[in-house]
Every structure is written in structure tokens, then in C-alpha cells.
Design a protein around this ligand. Structure first.
Ligand code: F6P
Length: 403
């Protein structure tokens, strides 16, 4: 063990559930090892300005005031890419800030962008360990925030079904996730969504339309109160048949160069309405079911709902609290051991596993074989249903799998 006296904790990127648990786990493990943990506020913006800041030290009473089950981060966030700061002495300035506060190493929770800065800082001689965090769940490891987001997507979608059904509306629920569809997929499955659209599959809207029409009408004709709905969960990064993202060009880019994605729900609605308005069968169906009103109610309504930041705000699931505490606590132990530039994978028994951060942050996408499995269960993914060819095998070794 080396002579670390004080560590700093940074949380960065999009916030989500579990970050306060990371801070809690790191702070308590630090206390246990007689070292101090300082909060470096507001992500990398705080790190760059450390030289001018006063820091909060996480003593017993300060830790007590941070609730692991509350989403967001007591440490605050920013989206700042250090290498892009126009200051040729930026790394010296950071090192001076760390020195001034006696900080010997950093625990940094964040996703792929944050992780790329961890690699950069490590290459610049700054000892740091990365705790995987992103609601997008697109790292090689599990990342804190994923489970909380999935549960929130499932809960909100389930709840929105009541208004969809009451008004006989189809609903398109647009959710964050950037270029990967993990949380839309799992959240949609969790909410019994009829259709789940993810960036990994180029969407054929005619297929979605046919599935919508069949499912909606089937529900309507079998309902004794003539109620129907159709629920689509769509990841913000959904692409069309030609593989193009829907982007609102006015939304701009973040400091990591990502186009801000927004508005795909509206785009999907327009695609479905395009097919619906040419389809004369609707009038017959609605007439037969006694809900047709000429000129006013000739097709079911389709509405989009953007869940936006709701999916990463509010509460944290117990799984994310536990994983966050593991991540924070394990990061302290790795730093004490002199293992830097790595990402915590997990804690199992007395084994703390990790990966070089450069590997851990490589983007992971939804497994399309698993999509085929859910297609057998009737969920539409915006493509022709593929066969699912199972391979049966006896499981060997320890069973440990989460997302
Ligand atoms: O990376 C997490 C994430 O929630 C993405 O899914 C989303 O595109 C983005 O952050 C939104 O970021 P912001 O809150 O900065 O607009």
C-alpha cells in the first residue's frame, strides 16, 4: 500500500442514479483506511479550477447528509473535455491544484466521455481510477445508473398506458440513450411495450405501421369498452431505413462533439401518420366499433412523449446503490494498491476486478440475437421478424450476469 493521505472524487457527464452511492462508498472506504476524501465539485470544470477552490472533506457527518438512494450527484457535474481547454498549461494547472489540496489520487465516475478524460489524465501522470457510470449502459462493464434508468422507463411507460388507453391513443415514448438502445430495450420489455425502436436496428416504418395497425385494431375489437392503445418505446438515437439519425440541427453539439439528439418521437409519429392517412380501412374499423366521427375522429391519435431527464432523475434502485458503493469503495482500494488508469468492473467476494479504462469505455451495443428472442414474443423492433436459433448448453461455473 502506498502513502496516500487524501483522495478526490469527481462525478461527470450526464447524471443518473447511483452517483451518491459512489461518493458514499468511496468516502466510507477512505475513512476505514484513515485517509480523507475531498469532493471536487462540478466535474472536470472543478478539476481545472481546483487551484482556486475550497473543498468539502467527507467526514462522518458530511457523509451522513448524502443519501445513496437519491439520484443526481452531490458533487455536481459538467461536460468538459480537458484536452479541449484552450490553455497550454492546463495539465500543470490541474497538478498544481491537486498539490495545493494534497490530493494524491482521483476517483472519477462517468461514462465513455468521462472515461476518455481519465485515460488522458492518467497519461499525463495523474493517478486516477474510473467508476463506470452511465444511464446509456454502453460501456463494456455494467455502469451505475443503468438499472435505475431501466426501471424508470418501465414505470413511466406503464403509467402512460392508462392515458393512452383512456383516449384510444397510440403513444411514442422517446427516451435518452444516445447511440445505444440498452435502456430503451430493457425498459420497453419491462413495460410490456408493443414496439421498441433502438439505434442498433435501422427502422422500417412500414413494418412498424403494420404492427401498430394489427395490434391496435385487435385490442379495439376485443375490448368490451372499445378501448385501445399501442405503446412504442423509442431510443433518441433511432435511425431510419437508410441508417440516418433523426436530428434537430438546431440542437447543437456538446463539448465532446456529440450532436444533441432530440425529436425522434415526433418524426416517428409523422411516419406512422403518413401510412395511416392513406389507409382507408381505418374508417371501416372505427365505424364498426362505433367510434367514428366524420371529419373529427377518423383515425386513432398518435402522440409522442419525451421522457427526457426524468429517466435519470429522482430515485436510485437498490442494485445501483449497491453497485455504486462497490465502485466507489473498490476505487479507493485500487488507488491504495497503486493501480491506476483502470475502471472498476465489480466486487465479487474478495475479488475486485478491473479493466484498463481505454478498453472499458469501448462502446457496447444491444445484442441482436436477444432482440430476435423478444421478436418471438411478439414485440416489434421495426424490422422483419428474424428467427431465433437457440443453442442449448449446460452452464459451467459461477452464475453472475447482469445486463
Ligand atoms: O449520456 C447520458 C445522456 O443522458 C444521453 O443518453 C443523452 O443523450 C445525454 O446524456 C443528454 O445530455 P444532457 O443532459 O447534457 O443534455
Amino acid at each position: 500500500m502506498n502513502k496516500i493521505k487524501r483522495l478526490g472524487v469527481i462525478t461527470s457527464g450526464g447524471d443518473c442514479g447511483g452517483l451518491n452511492a459512489v461518493i458514499n462508498g468511496a468516502a466510507r472506504m477512505a475513512l476505514r483506511n484513515n485517509i480523507e476524501l475531498a469532493i471536487i465539485p462540478n466535474g472536470y470544470a472543478g478539476l481545472y479550477n481546483l487551484i482556486n477552490l475550497d473543498l468539502v472533506i467527507m467526514d462522518e457527518s458530511r457523509i451522513d447528509r448524502i443519501h445513496s438512494g437519491v439520484a443526481g450527484s452531490e458533487a455536481g457535474h459538467s461536460r468538459v473535455k480537458i484536452s479541449k481547454i484552450k490553455d497550454e498549461h492546463k495539465y500543470d494547472r490541474i497538478r498544481d491544484g491537486l498539490k495545493k489540496h494534497g490530493i494524491d489520487g482521483l476517483i472519477i465516475a462517468g461514462g465513455d466521455d468521462t472515461g476518455s478524460v481519465v485515460v488522458d489524465l492518467y497519461n499525463n501522470g495523474i493517478p486516477c481510477v474510473h467508476v463506470p457510470k452511465t444511464m446509456d449502459l454502453d460501456l463494456q462493464t455494467y455502469s451505475v445508473g443503468g438499472d435505475s434508468t431501466i426501471n424508470r422507463i418501465a414505470k413511466f411507460t406503464d403509467e402512460l398506458r392508462t392515458t393512452g388507453l383512456t383516449h384510444n391513443r397510440a403513444l411514442i415514448i422517446e427516451v435518452f440513450g444516445r447511440y445505444a438502445g440498452h435502456t430503451a430495450f430493457r425498459g420497453g420489455v419491462g413495460a410490456d411495450a408493443d414496439c421498441i425502436l433502438i439505434p442498433e436496428i435501422n427502422v422500417d416504418y412500414e413494418i412498424v405501421y403494420q404492427h401498430f395497425k394489427k395490434t391496435y385494431i385487435n385490442r379495439l375489437v376485443h375490448s368490451d369498452v372499445k378501448g385501445s392503445t399501442y405503446i412504442i418505446v423509442a431510443a433518441e438515437g433511432v435511425k431510419d431505413k437508410e441508417g440516418k439519425y433523426f436530428t434537430d440541427s438546431t440542437a447543437g453539439q456538446d463539448s465532446f462533439g456529440h450532436q444533441k439528439l432530440s425529436g425522434v418521437g415526433q418524426y416517428i409519429r409523422k411516419q406512422l401518420e403518413y401510412f395511416m392517412k392513406q389507409d382507408t380501412e381505418w374508417a371501416d374499423v372505427l365505424k364498426n366499433e362505433g367510434i367514428y366521427v366524420d371529419g373529427i375522429y377518423m383515425y386513432p391519435e398518435i402522440r409522442e412523449v419525451q421522457l427526457g431527464h426524468l429517466v435519470r432523475a429522482g430515485g436510485t434502485t437498490a442494485y445501483d446503490v449497491a453497485f455504486g458503493k462497490q465502485g466507489g469503495g473498490a476505487a479507493v482500494l485500487l488507488l491504495l494498491e497503486g493501480i491506476y488508469g483502470v475502471t472498476v468492473v465489480g466486487v465479487e467476494g474478495n475479488e475486485i476486478s478491473y479493466l484498463p479504462t481505454s478498453e472499458a469505455i469501448k462502446q457496447r451495443y444491444v445484442d441482436l440475437q436477444e432482440i430476435a428472442f423478444y421478436e418471438q414474443l411478439g414485440v416489434c423492433f421495426g424490422r422483419q421478424v428474424k428467427n431465433y436459433d437457440p443453442i442449448f448448453k449446460r452452464h459451467e461455473g459461477v452464475i453472475h450476469r447482469y445486463l
